[in-house]
Design a protein around this ligand. Structure first.
Ligand SMILES: Cc1ncc(COP(=O)(O)O)c(C=O)c1O
Length: 414
């Protein structure tokens, strides 16, 4: 939409939309901040065209089945009063989530109840609430191991919270534990108050290792450990059972991935009741729309049906990894989730960054969006048809890549 033309009424309006300098009332550090881009390369204000194969945001490629959508539409028409505020206490949803957490972690005696659950407008909201509850006002810094989910750092920066980063082992992507330990000892004013880990990590697709777990268990009670299990349904590996021994651990989960509800923005966290009580104080009163609450409840009621598609995603993942591994220039690492991470094997004379950027762009030109990262590419597992197209497009992009001709055979795609 083009800006309205105020012309004569507002003689200064010419400058209004062309203002280059930052408005003077904005916090100076925010001008440098790079916001999260859902689909980098496009103007994120615009919805990305449906005709793209969108393999860049780790969603499920499948919409809700029509019968569930119909039930949801019926709920919208017959039950939800749009003139009324939503249920601000989320009691029914928290009970259903607690039951799912107990069941999915095979926990005897159902230890988790609604008192252990808080829900957010996506787990992104919960990340922000956790930062507000722990680090705001100069009380703490956060620690992340890069590459990882970018929102921890972005949200911390928006709140003026320092972000300390360490690297990862380049073979198995384990956190550089020596660097992490020394960062915790050395970071003062403010000290590290929160460690964020992802299990399995995005973009590298690996679960936490035994050594990482030992380290997390050794962290003192004044450090909060956030274990982001956004991809739990794909990895089927959870630390929920260990939460009861560690009051300073919190698990984050989301309905945006395996439950196919990214559009509804529902995430949740599992934690000690005291931590939950603080999160409930920090959040906005009606943070979840009624429609989103209804959708999450319906997804949980129909979980067996919805989660059946995971088997197909995992077999498609095997298909992708096998096919991509046939390209000797691509380095594919194991994946515990619904995306794969690949890097480029080049000798010193070739720049991996240039190669990755070019491959990403070529795929985009052919209609496939994937995620370009500083040292690799992340590809979400899509439908069988999307994956086949992606493999063909990668094949074609590599065939055209002049660097590639000398070092690899291009006719090996199964
Ligand atoms: C590790 C991780 N955590 C959290 C999220 C955000 O989830 P939500 O849609 O619930 O905000 C994502 C989304 O990609 C993610 O990869």
């Amino acid at each position: 939409m083009s800006p309205p033309k105020f012309g004569k009424q507002f003689p200064h309006s010419v400058n209004y939309f062309n203002q280059q300098k930052m408005l003077k009332f904005i916090r100076s550090d925010l001008s440098q901040l790079n916001a999260y881009k859902a689909h980098p390369g496009s103007d994120s204000a615009e919805p990305v065209a449906m005709q793209f194969d969108r393999l860049d945001t780790n969603e499920s490629p499948l919409d809700l089945p029509p019968e569930i959508k119909e039930k949801l539409a019926w709920t919208y028409q017959q039950v939800i009063e749009t003139n009324r505020y939503p249920d601000g206490g989320h009691e029914a949803l928290k009970n259903a989530i607690a039951q799912y957490v107990n069941e999915s972690a095979n926990l005897a005696n159902s230890p988790f109840t609604a008192a252990n659950i808080s829900v957010g407008n996506g787990s992104d909201e919960l990340i922000r609430s956790l930062l507000i509850a722990t680090c705001l006002g100069g009380e703490g810094s956060i620690l992340v191991a890069n590459p990882t989910f970018s929102m921890y750092g972005i949200l911390a920066q928006t709140l003026g919270i320092p972000v300390v980063t360490v690297g990862r082992n380049q073979n198995n992507f384990e956190t550089d534990l020596e660097a992490a330990k020394s960062a915790i000892t050395q970071t003062q004013n403010p000290p590290i108050r929160v460690v964020f880990v992802v299990h399995p990590n995005s973009p590298t697709a690996n679960c936490l290792t035994a050594a990482e777990l030992t380290w997390l268990k050794s962290l003192p009670e004044e450090i909060l450990v956030v274990i982001d299990e956004a991809y739990f349904e794909f990895s089927q590996t959870t630390l929920a059972g260990q939460l009861l021994q560690h009051p300073n651990w919190i698990i984050l989960r989301t309905f945006s991935k395996a439950f196919r509800l990214a559009a509804m923005r529902v995430g949740y966290c599992i934690a000690h009741p005291q931590a939950i009580a603080i999160l409930e104080k920090v959040r906005l009163p009606y943070n979840l729309p009624s429609f989103s609450i209804a959708a999450a409840l319906m997804a949980l009621e129909n979980r067996h049906l919805l989660l059946q598609s995971i088997a197909q995603t995992l077999s498609e993942r095997t298909k992708m990894i096998t096919a991509l591994s046939a390209h000797s220039i691509l380095e594919i690492t194991p994946s515990a989730t619904n995306f794969i991470y690949l890097r480029i094997k080049t000798d010193d004379s070739n720049s991996p960054v240039t190669f990755l950027t070019s491959l990403n762009q070529k795929l985009r030109n052919q209609g496939t969006l994937i995620r370009l990262l500083p040292n690799g590419l992340r590809i979400t597992i899509g439908t069988a048809a999307e994956n086949t197209r992606t493999l063909e497009r990668i094949q074609s992009a590599l065939q055209n890549e002049s660097n590639y001709h000398s070092s690899a055979s291009v006719s090996t795609l199964p």
